[in-house]
Design a binder for this molecule. Structure first.
Ligand SMILES: [Zn+2]
Length: 198
């Protein structure tokens, strides 16, 4: 079996079972690490929820693509957490994986703040883009999803899935021509302020 060369608690190189730096034996160090993994994983999952809620406040035009990307990153990161814990149980070397995992914990929180700042600090005036409504899509839930599928005004774009609130959703129907009001965003992520019927 591969010998564990670093203390799981403090990361110091260690020769004997008891770490010279922090004084924990390998079993105590394992439990200490697994408790920290659990706490940080809780922070990470909360961050994911915070991101989903925050992303609806100033909804990005490409919200669906952003959510899919974040979802993939989220589950890859949770997979990394499971991998680190399995190595901890078997007392395998895990220092590098652990550092990567801990570095990823704040990512959903930072992205939530980025999307909020992108909308809240965007002082520019919205511009209207004319589009025709092709269809509507809504999914109820704690964070309800409402989209208008409209013809695209962007180059190479075929359809846009525009996130809208309940008011805009309920008064817009397939076949309508609408103005989609867009702001370009503080950090260049265009977002939707609303949809008005022409
Ligand atoms: Zn130690």
């Amino acid at each position: 079996m591969e010998r564990m060369t670093r203390c799981m608690n403090c990361g110091a190189e260690r020769e004997a079972d008891v770490c010279e730096s922090c004084g924990l034996g390998s079993t105590a160090a394992e439990f200490s690490l697994r408790r920290r993994l659990l706490n940080r994983t809780g922070m990470f999952v909360l961050g994911g929820l915070a991101f989903v809620v925050a992303s609806g406040r100033y909804p990005a035009l490409d919200l669906d693509e952003i959510l899919i990307f974040i979802g993939v990153v989220f589950f890859l990161t949770l997979g990394l957490a499971i991998w680190v814990e399995r190595r901890a149980i078997r007392h395998r070397e895990l220092e590098a994986l652990k550092r990567i995992y801990f570095a990823l914990i704040p990512v959903p929180w930072l992205l939530a703040v980025l999307l909020l700042a992108n909308g809240a600090l965007d002082g520019a005036r919205p511009h209207a883009e004319r589009a025709r409504v092709i269809g509507r899509f809504s999914m109820p839930g704690p964070v309800a999803t409402r989209r208008l599928v409209v013809t695209s005004w962007r180059e190479n774009g075929k359809l846009e899935r525009v996130p809208v609130d309940r008011v805009d959703f309920d008064r817009t129907f397939a076949g309508d021509t609408v103005d989609v009001n867009i702001k370009d965003g503080l950090v260049g992520i265009p977002w939707v302020t609303g949809v008005s019927r022409r």
